[in-house]
Design a protein around this ligand. Sequence first.
Ligand code: DX5
Ligand code: ZN
Length: 232
Amino acid sequence: MGIHRDFLLAQPRMRMAPSLLSADFARLADDVAKVEAAGAEVLHLDVMDGHFVPNISFGVPVVEKLRPASKLFFDTHLMITDPLKYAEPFVKAGADLLTFHIEVTDQPMRVIDHVRAVGARVGVSLNPGTRVSAVAGVVAAVDLVLVMSVWPGFGGQKFTEDALAKLAELRPMLRPDQRLEIDGGIGPATIGRCAAAGADTFVAGSAIFGQPDPVAAMHELQRLAEAARLTR
Ligand code: DX5
Ligand code: ZN
């Protein structure tokens, strides 16, 4: 792991995680370079298998090709039914953190131990229909908890307000070295409330890459998140 990427999770502060899902798939490296040059540290990679979610996005080869093109922390969101099977190939391709869904396994510690054994940091995610209690038993063992504020599968959906209560419930359960990430429908109208509720890492696809000026959009979101944190 390079210094830039190793530094990431140790520093508790507000961070944007632009989602590749809304980038131009014909010009991925260009879009990634744009947000990286503008100060992003994290790239959110949405992997979909067409089983856990009703959509297929991209897999290992895309991560592998992007790796030498970027120093960003590859925050890899596995919306797949079998994280144990694919963890190692994603880590070998350059993923820094793998987030799996609690809904896909009744043995989450096995997944967590495996991801660490193959050399990555690990996150756990919960869908809008899943209670915080479902992850409570493993929260202490992960680097990141990802709250879904839309049903996973597609970008550009509307934020579900229930996510705010989950963030507030999770925040006191986490140590300073653990990140609380929110994903789905994050934009100027929602990011401040998420920051105030306890999120510190903000996935945004359409609100960054879907904008005419992705860099300006990212900086404005970052500003709104920091302003809301000060009021927390
Ligand atoms: C949804 C993905 C998200 C998606 C968010 O299944 O997990 O990361 O890219 O897109 P926006 O920010 O457009 O809601
Ligand atoms: Zn995601």
